[in-house]
Ligand binder design. Sequence first.
Ligand SMILES: Nc1nc2c(ncn2[C@@H]2O[C@H](COP(=O)(O)OP(=O)(O)OP(=O)(O)O)[C@@H](O)[C@H]2O)c(=O)[nH]1
Ligand SMILES: [Mg+2]
Length: 261
Amino acid sequence: MEQWIQVEPWIDQSKQQLDRLMEWVQRQPAAQFYATFAILFLSSIFFVLVRVLKRTKSNTIVLAGLSGSGKTILFYQLRDGSSHQGTVTSMDPNEGSFVLHSESEKGKIKPVHVVDVPGHYRLRPKLDEFLPQAAGLVFVVDALDFLPNCRAAAEYLYDILTKAAVVKRKIPLLIVCNKTDKVSAHSKDFIRKQLEKEIDKLRVSRTGASAADIADEFTLGVSGEPFVFSQCLNKVMLAESSGLTGEISQVEQFIREYVRC
Ligand SMILES: Nc1nc2c(ncn2[C@@H]2O[C@H](COP(=O)(O)OP(=O)(O)OP(=O)(O)O)[C@@H](O)[C@H]2O)c(=O)[nH]1
Ligand SMILES: [Mg+2]
């Protein structure tokens, strides 16, 4: 009996330790689950951060649009603050990294990489080379000679808005109605409505085409509803400018929104 009294606390202690051990063993699968979950969660955060940083780091702005819309003059205005009158149809992309002329005196130092892609039909595929690094896309429209070119501009825009590189990366697009220095230039609201109408027509005709003819990588808009730019996955905005007089503040504002100093 005496012996039992001496051993009993030791048995109780061991039993408690065993219970704790059992609890720990039971908790193991849950711990592993939490660890795996934590690793997966942290790695997805890591990949998202890498993607976001990659995107925000890009300082490339691509200028596209039909031939004669005013891309090259806009490029010179952004770089030098002058229009370098007497431009000819560009046969090669015009590119450069520079501090925007309007900001050069304000002590800003982060340069913007601007690419002006010629509007000539055969040179347009060059656009695909620059889209993967684009932080923003500026589509220049001739607001003066708009109506005869509306269909062609809408077709080019349609191609851009259905490109995987644009849709997947949600590259913001600014449609710039240029040449507003002339009173006969159309307003940006008029241009927006006409382009939306034309794109809507294109949507119908292109969806009706045989599958082999369709080069578009993504479909556009909401089926059953008339097309409006706000249906696009990427942000589409409109602005007005005059490359000739240097009234390009809305373009610069767009650039600064997507290429931070
Ligand atoms: N009135 C007026 N004319 C402009 C303006 N911007 C460009 N132009 C004229 O439009 C013509 C074409 O300008 P560019 O800058 O060469 O056009 P682009 O878009 O580079 O053309 P491509 O190189 O063929 O793709 C030139 O004669 C310019 O003087 C503007 O804001 N107002
Ligand atoms: Mg040009």
